[in-house]
Design a protein around this ligand. Structure first.
Ligand SMILES: *[C@@H]1O[C@H](CO)[C@@H](O)[C@H](O)[C@H]1NC(C)=O
Ligand SMILES: *[C@@H]1O[C@H](CO)[C@@H](O)[C@H](O)[C@H]1NC(C)=O
Ligand SMILES: *[C@@H]1O[C@H](CO)[C@@H](O)[C@H](O)[C@H]1NC(C)=O
Ligand SMILES: *[C@@H]1O[C@H](CO)[C@@H](O)[C@H](O)[C@H]1NC(C)=O
Length: 195
């Protein structure tokens, strides 16, 4: 008999401890058991975390239909818009939008333009239209041509939206800005999924 073997009564006294010393192969089995339990527990935790992620409650929408994600995007139709509180020049505004996987705001319909006009404050907001000179056509940030559906005032190269409609100015003027992006880029659920 191995030095680890105990008689039955001794063993019963030692109860749990006995199991570990009764046979030399037991500790290995036990560690294996711990390992399996640890892996299973980790898997259960990981699954519950993963399962939780797409839940709508993690991206609540407040009474103004703003999502509580990193920045407030407001949905309208197939797009999301961000209205800045800060002021900066046109180039920095566009840089900000690109960092959010967006562009300075582009409207594809007059309804969308109405939406922008309805949501902005009294201030002027940079939008995604610019031109190389007064001799050049207005283009969007993706280089598609603007169809001149709404005339742009002024002799500037960079367009902004204000209570007077769309005007143009110099790049370095600090203004608020609006970003837009297709809602497929947004990691949060769209408002319509909640209702
Ligand atoms: C928010 O969205 C709901 C459902 O689309 C709409 O009924 C409500 O008027 C919206 N509220 C605001 C403040 O836009
Ligand atoms: C021109 O653009 C406006 C809004 O950007 C859109 O409503 C209109 O249908 C467009 N017109 C043509 C002829 O493409
Ligand atoms: C988008 O905004 C326009 C103008 O405010 C509104 O008429 C339209 O119902 C909105 N569309 C959606 C899908 O919220
Ligand atoms: C407009 O101004 C009000 C008051 O200053 C502010 O609470 C609100 O967030 C602003 N809205 C936008 C779209 O910037």
């Amino acid at each position: 008999p191995s030095p680890y073997t105990l008689t039955f009564p001794e063993c019963k006294k030692l109860q749990g401890k006995c199991l570990r010393i009764l046979s030399p192969e037991s500790p290995a089995k036990l560690y294996c058991c711990y390992a399996v339990i640890t892996v299973l527990a980790a898997a259960v935790i990981a699954l519950s975390v993963l399962k939780k992620r797409p839940e709508i409650s993690e991206c609540p929408i407040n009474e103004n239909n703003h999502t509580a994600c990193s920045i407030d995007w407001i949905g309208n139709g197939s797009k999301y818009f961000y209205f800045s509180e800060d002021l900066t020049d046109w180039i920095s505004s566009q840089k900000f939008c690109v960092e959010q996987n967006a562009q300075l705001a582009q409207f594809e319909s007059l309804e969308e333009l109405d939406f922008l006009n309805g949501h902005k404050n009294d201030s002027a907001y940079w939008i995604g239209l610019h031109r190389e000179s007064t001799q050049h056509p207005w283009t969007w940030t993706d280089n598609t041509k603007y169809n001149d559906s709404v005339p742009i005032r002024g002799e500037g190269q960079y367009a902004y939206l204000s209570d007077r409609g769309i005007s143009s100015g110099r790049e370095y003027m600090p203004r608020k800005w609006i970003c837009s992006k297709p809602n497929s880029y947004l990691q949060c659920p769209v408002v319509s999924q909640l209702v």
